[in-house]
Design a protein around this ligand. Structure first.
Ligand code: HEC
Length: 134
């Protein structure tokens, strides 16, 4: 009996002193949780918790412009209310007929403020710029 007890006590010894290893395990878990919380609180999303915070973004500056010439100025006036200069200068080279149809479409489908009397001047301006002239 004593022997068995002795061996039980011996076996129980490591099991009863794990209070320290157990504490270490727990404290390391606490450390992991604390680190996780610290990581969360240092994320940039944290200010979003304040719903009244003002957020601002910086847009790249629009640097493209149409040339300061009669053709460029006409297209700036008639087209850039809806299109960027970039959009206009990156179009594929079109024929007079296709450009005229596009200008008519802008007026009829999208209500661009373009008088029919201006169509030919606008088409000429588009061809002038596409030819690389001003
Ligand atoms: C009132 C706004 C408005 C104006 C002003 C305007 N457009 Fe448009 N344009 C549009 C819309 C809307 C589209 C269609 C965009 C889409 O499909 O994503 C378009 C499309 C285009 C396209 C793409 C091809 C196509 O047929 O859809 C070209 C080229 C174009 N416009 C050229 C011009 C030119 C040149 C002028 C000036 C003479 C002009 N636009 C003026 C609204 C406008």
């Amino acid at each position: 009996m004593n022997r068995n007890r002795g061996s039980l006590d011996a076996a129980a010894q490591p099991a009863s002193s794990p209070a320290i290893p157990g504490f270490r395990l727990r404290s390391s878990m606490v450390a992991v949780v604390a680190l996780a919380l610290a990581a969360c609180s240092s994320e940039p999303a944290a200010p979003a918790a304040n719903s009244s915070a003002v957020t601002s973004i910086e847009l790249p500056a629009e640097t493209a412009s149409l040339p300061d010439s009669p053709a460029g100025n006409l297209l700036t006036q008639r087209c850039t209310a809806c299109h960027s200069p970039d959009f206009l200068t990156r179009q594929p080279p079109l024929t007079v007929e296709k450009w005229k149809a596009t200008v008519v479409k802008m007026r009829e489908a999208y209500h661009a403020p373009i008088a029919p009397a201006e169509d030919d001047a606008i088409v000429a301006a588009l061809l002038t710029l596409q030819a690389g002239a001003r």
